[in-house]
Design a protein around this ligand. Structure first.
Ligand code: ZN
Ligand code: FE
Length: 257
């Protein structure tokens, strides 16, 4: 099984749209098209034919390009069944535990509510590639617009169980400001300090900090560490329910300047 090709396209102020290609079949998916023009142009430049759109959730900066790309290419739109009424042009509804053929590759669907009530992630186990939308960010996580801390903690805990080498493709370049907050709550974490320095160096050269890996996130992302005694102690909540610790850290981030 040849590995998937992933192309990262920065659009709007801080979104990433991805082209993912399965080389054996030539299947090409656009993940969370905030806009249509940039992914259409990039696919054309590469001589790739877009066959799918993969949506993680209904927000405009993830589905804004759906209808124009479908119109231009006749592609099939895959999205969360729980949110079918909010995904423009949806053709195939997928739910937790579903898997589907993406060319010669297999995609697995994880239901990860919290940021929105219908949010899903797409995991390609053979390539260890995860498209996670706005659920997990490099050193951060999505805001809880439609879910509870309990739901989001449970979603992040499932994501955390994927293999450490899994590459995490999130939908925004928020890493540098996430790092400032992570250092604020977890400043004694040596791995976090080292990663933060790498992030500053990348951004100084205007380079992306995404993807990261599950292993890096487990070591450094405070939102994946709500059950870690060191993080719990750092926020003054030793021994507390991890979902409550997560909720407190999320609240502090919401109010952090
Ligand atoms: Zn969103
Ligand atoms: Fe977003």
């Amino acid at each position: 099984m040849p590995a998937l090709d992933v192309v990262q396209i920065p659009v709007l102020s801080d979104n990433y749209v991805y082209l993912v290609r399965e080389p054996q079949s030539g299947a090409v998916g656009v993940v969370d098209p905030a806009v249509a023009d940039a992914p259409l142009a990039e696919a054309k430049r590469r001589g790739w034919k877009i066959t799918h759109i993969l949506n993680t959730h209904h927000h405009g900066d993830h589905v804004g390009g759906n209808l124009a790309i479908k119109e231009a290419t006749g592609c099939t739109i895959v999205g969360p069944g729980h949110d079918r009424d909010r995904i423009p042009g949806i053709d195939i509804e997928v739910n937790d535990g579903d898997s589907f053929e993406f060319g010669a590759a297999r995609a697995e669907v994880m239901f990860v509510p919290g940021h929105t009530r219908g949010h899903i992630a797409y995991f390609f186990p053979d390539s260890q590639v995860l498209f996670v939308g706005d659920t997990l960010f490099a050193l951060g996580c999505g805001r809880l617009f439609e879910g509870t801390p309990q739901q989001m903690w449970s979603s992040l805990s499932r994501i955390r169980n994927l293999p450490d080498g899994t590459r995490v493709y999130c939908a925004h370049e928020y890493t540098q400001s996430n790092a400032r907050f992570a250092l604020h709550v977890d400043g004694g974490n040596a791995a976090l300090k080292a990663r933060s320095a790498q992030i500053d160096a990348l951004r100084a050269r205007n380079q992306p900090t995404v993807p990261s890996t599950i292993g890096e996130e487990k070591a450094t992302n405070p939102f994946l560490r709500a059950d870690d005694p060191a993080l719990q102690a750092a926020v003054g909540m030793a021994g507390r329910d991890p979902a409550d610790v997560f909720g407190e850290v999320r609240k502090r981030k919401d109010n952090f300047r």
